[in-house]
Design a protein around this ligand. Structure first.
Ligand SMILES: CC[C@@H](C(=O)O)C(=O)SCCNC(=O)CCNC(=O)[C@H](O)C(C)(C)COP(=O)(O)OP(=O)(O)OC[C@H]1O[C@@H](n2cnc3c(N)ncnc32)[C@H](O)[C@@H]1OP(=O)(O)O
Ligand SMILES: [Co+2]
Length: 136
């Protein structure tokens, strides 16, 4: 079951500059960085209960965020829904015809398991499902 809006992700061309903007200029809290090799993505989390902002930047200059920045520049990149049973939610949504971008959930930021639904299944919005695998 989907239980929360876990995060809203913003693709940024300069991660340090974006962290300064959100945390120093806007005065928001900073919950640290997490480089996720499996997703080829560097993240920075800004907790804003009951959700978070996730800044996403290419890890080692490659991967999906690199392609996105190259084609579109910075911008809103995806919405992530938290699930309490990601395998059941994937099965349920696949049966409804949603196009997933992987066969199975993979490691995400903050020890989560994540999987993405193609934007063409969701009116042009890239949607991530995420299940925490331990307390962060
Ligand atoms: C850190 C881990 C994790 C977490 O724990 O939170 C993350 O958030 S990782 C974040 C980065 N990872 C991903 O984005 C993985 C899923 N994304 C993909 O697999 C690809 O980016 C994609 C969505 C399949 C697009 O890749 P590709 O087909 O190679 O790119 P194109 O540029 O050719 O785009 C095709 C099509 O899709 C539209 N598009 C692309 N990105 C987005 C987006 N973020 N939001 C909305 N739409 C998007 C693009 O405009 C193209 O549309 P058409 O032109 O209409 O075909
Ligand atoms: Co995300």
């Amino acid at each position: 079951m989907i239980t929360a809006l876990d995060h809203i992700a913003v693709a940024v061309p300069d991660l340090e500059k974006a962290i300064k903007r959100f945390c120093e200029d806007f005065g928001l809290p900073f919950d640290g960085r997490d480089d996720v090799e499996a997703a080829k993505t560097s993240t920075a989390f800004i907790p804003l209960p009951p959700t978070n902002i996730e800044l996403v930047h290419p890890l080692n200059g490659e991967g999906p965020i690199a392609k996105y920045l190259e084609k579109r520049g910075g911008g809103l990149h995806h919405l992530c829904f938290r699930s309490d049973d990601i395998h059941a939610d994937v099965e349920r949504l696949r049966k409804k015809g949603y196009e997933f971008l992987a066969d199975a959930p993979a490691p995400g930021a903050h020890n989560s398991l994540t999987i993405f639904i193609h934007p063409r299944s969701c009116d042009g919005v890239l949607v991530e499902l995420s299940q925490p695998t331990d307390e962060h």
